[in-house]
Write a protein that binds this ligand. Structure first.
Ligand code: BES
Ligand code: MN
Ligand code: ZN
Length: 489
């Protein structure tokens, strides 16, 4: 993460710019030196996220006004985007100070966390391969003016730093070109993160995966020169309240395999087909710093999906970790094959809940667009806990059905199932496939094919990889409560 945060009781005198929140009604802070009609004469109505820069005053301080709309409507989600807008308006200054954390009524800790996330995420860039770094924002120091609320602001700041750091890590992984981040390199990075974050890590290579019967991950890897990796990460806090398994799709590059994808612009985005595994890894890395009281085990399922003389063929049948057989009808439906092994392993440990996250289907992208992910599960308590996290993190979810009638679309003549359904209800048939590997475990699947990438800068989103799901999964683990073990779908 490029941004550092500190708190201060009052606004420091030496700072690049002072970000001053302005509500759409009520008194304007004295330091602004302009009244409401003067502000509206320069087009500033204090709408949510609207910004305007005022030249240095007599004391030499540049003030940046940011609209916060009606104070009564302000919440952590709007503050996150207001902070992001402030960051963009101030990107040329090296440091800013702001009283945004205390601008809203309500939970100062949660508001501060959101403000930190907004600044850090709007200022995030992945510039490893840019020789000219001059276009990077100069802004790297943010001072949170806390007034008499220092403890709550400090607390929220620390939480925000942990969540934003995780998001930046996941974005960096997803933005990295596929040949700069192979399954082996990703596994090495995962081990390094585990060492720093109080996690146990185990890396499984191809031979070990074969011995374990992980036919899905090994099968998808068949066409690739790069070997596969599965990474198991374990977080075991003392006195854990429940046990969660997370599974992430880590397709480092999805060419489609023998069912080669067409050469359209979206093909280059397939370096991001490991966004699910990146979100899970980043989540795991944040749990200890956030003192999460849930036991969490993660499986990162990592491989390329490549065509070659040794590649998986159509008509081939794979035997998965749980013994079920799958006839391949399209090698581009590879995500579900690698997730199947991770879900099988997860189910074996009988967790209280299991969540997988994957850039799984173009069908979900077509249904919901790029601003929300699909959620499909077999247990309404798990789905509603994810929905609650979605509400707090502003990572939007929409529930799609696990409609059992469509299971027949996966019927195969020679195996237990095929790996694709028909042309219809693709997000549902993919989930029905996954549900074959979870046993009775309360489970939900997040399809992030839509929101994995943003087309432009908007609020907390920046153009490129979004790391969607990272903050949501952190919030889910932090607030997890055991669902009643009852399959209701
Ligand atoms: N990784 C893709 C899904 C995807 C598409 C993610 C667009 C992000 C943006 C996945 O592996 C895939 O290729 N899915 C196929 C499945 C089909 C063959 C049943 C798809 O959605 O077309
Ligand atoms: Mn694919
Ligand atoms: Zn894929």
């Amino acid at each position: 993460m490029r941004t550092t945060f500190t708190t201060s009781k009052s606004a420091p005198s030496k700072v690049g710019a002072l970000v001053i929140p302005i509500a759409s009604s009520g008194t304007i802070p004295a330091g602004v030196g302009l009244n409401r009609s003067q502000l509206s004469a320069i087009g500033f109505e204090a709408k949510v996220g609207q910004t305007t820069v005022l030249p240095a005053n007599a004391k030499g301080t540049v003030r940046v006004l940011v609209g916060i709309g009606a104070v009564a409507d302000l919440n952590a989600n709007s503050l996150r985007n207001i902070a992001a807008a402030s960051a963009r308006a101030c990107s040329k200054f090296e440091s800013v100070a702001t009283s945004l954390p205390t601008a809203a009524r309500g939970d100062i800790r949660a508001n501060t966390q959101a403000v930190v996330e907004g600044f850090a995420l709007a200022l995030h860039r992945w510039a490893e391969l840019k020789r000219d770094k001059s276009s990077l924002p100069a802004l790297t120091k943010v001072i949170l003016v806390a007034g008499d609320k220092t403890t709550a602001v400090k607390n929220g700041m620390d939480k925000g730093i942990a969540t934003a750091t995780a998001v930046c890590i996941a974005r960096d992984f997803a933005n990295t070109p596929p040949s700069h981040l192979t399954a082996r390199q990703f596994a090495e990075q995962a081990v390094a993160i585990a060492e720093k974050s109080n996690l146990k890590s185990t890396v499984y290579n191809r031979d070990q995966l074969i011995a374990m019967g992980c036919g899905g991950l090994v099968g998808v890897n068949k066409g690739s020169v790069e070997p596969p990796r599965m990474v198991k990460l374990e977080y075991k806090p003392t006195g854990a309240r429940g046990k969660v398994v997370l599974v992430g799709k880590g397709v480092m590059y999805d060419s489609g395999g023998i069912s080669l994808k067409p050469s359209d612009p979206s093909h280059a985005s397939m370096k991001m087909d490991m966004s699910g595994a990146a979100a899970v890894l980043a989540t795991m890395g944040a749990l200890s710093a956030l003192k999460v009281k849930t036991q969490v085990t993660a499986y990162l399922m990592c491989t390329d999906n490549m065509p070659s003389g040794s590649a998986l063929k159509l008509g081939d049948v794979l035997t998965m970790r749980n013994g079920k057989t799958v006839e391949i009808h399209n090698t581009d439906a590879e995500g579900r094959l690698i997730l199947a092994d991770g879900l099988s392993l997860g189910a074996e440990s009988k967790p209280d809940a299991m969540v997988d996250i994957a850039t799984l289907t173009g069908a979900c992208l077509a249904a919901l667009g790029k601003k929300m992910a699909g959620v499909i599960g077999n247990n309404s308590a798990v789905v509603s806990q994810l929905m609650a996290s979605s509400g707090r993190t502003d990572e939007l979810l929409w529930e799609l059905p696990l409609f059992r009638d469509y299971r027949s679309m996966l019927d195969s003549n020679v195996a237990d199932m095929r790996n694709i359904g028909g042309p219809l209800a693709g997000a549902t048939t993919a989930s029905l496939f996954l549900s074959e590997f979870v046993g009775n475990t309360p489970w939900a699947h997040l399809d992030i094919a839509g929101p994995m990438e943003a087309d432009g800068d908007n609020g907390w989103l920046n153009r490129g990889a979004t790391a969607f799901g990272t903050r949501l999964l952190i919030d889910f683990c932090a607030n997890f409560t055991k669902p009643a073990v009852k399959l209701n779908k």
